[in-house]
Write a new protein. Structure first.
Length: 150
């Protein structure tokens, strides 16, 4: 698994959102981006994280930031998740796991004594020039927006 660091150029990505729109890193050139990776739609931690970002969305926009979430769930799953929780930002369906692998967040996880491969919850703050300014690896799902400082 590759490891990205603060100061690295963010890997380019291309993925389809819940609205059927293709997003790429180039779409955010000249803008700041909070790119957050999460394991699964409609689970308690992922819902808390998404809703916390939703509730602070205006603060991010006012600070010049866009928010994009990425998980390996399907477009349909993302559609239901955004409708249910009124999420104002895009969620990319990375069903082929290319983006999670490029960002080094697909790896071995453990839960209840079982080991499996999955998305490691991580957030990347990317500046206007596509450079990683911050990486949050220990995400507090209920207070995630407060962890993202700018």
């Amino acid at each position: 698994m590759k490891k990205l660091n603060i100061g690295d150029k963010a890997p380019d990505f291309s993925g389809v959102t819940q609205n059927g729109k293709t997003l790429t890193l180039a779409d955010f050139k000249g803008k700041k981006l909070v790119l957050y990776f999460y394991p699964k739609d409609n689970t308690s931690g992922c819902t808390a994280e998404a809703c916390n970002l939703r509730d602070n969305y205006t603060r991010f926009l006012n600070g010049g930031y866009e928010i994009v979430g990425v998980s390996t769930d399907s477009i349909v799953s993302h559609q239901k998740f955004t409708e249910k929780y009124l999420l104002p930002f895009s969620l990319i369906a990375d069903t082929d796991k290319k983006i999670v692998e490029d960002y080094g967040v697909w790896g071995e996880k453990k839960f209840m004594g079982k080991t499996y491969m999955g998305t490691i919850r991580t957030t990347f703050v990317i500046n206007e020039n596509g450079i990683i300014e911050n990486i949050i690896e220990k995400v507090d799902t209920k207070n995630h927006a407060q962890q993202i400082t700018y």
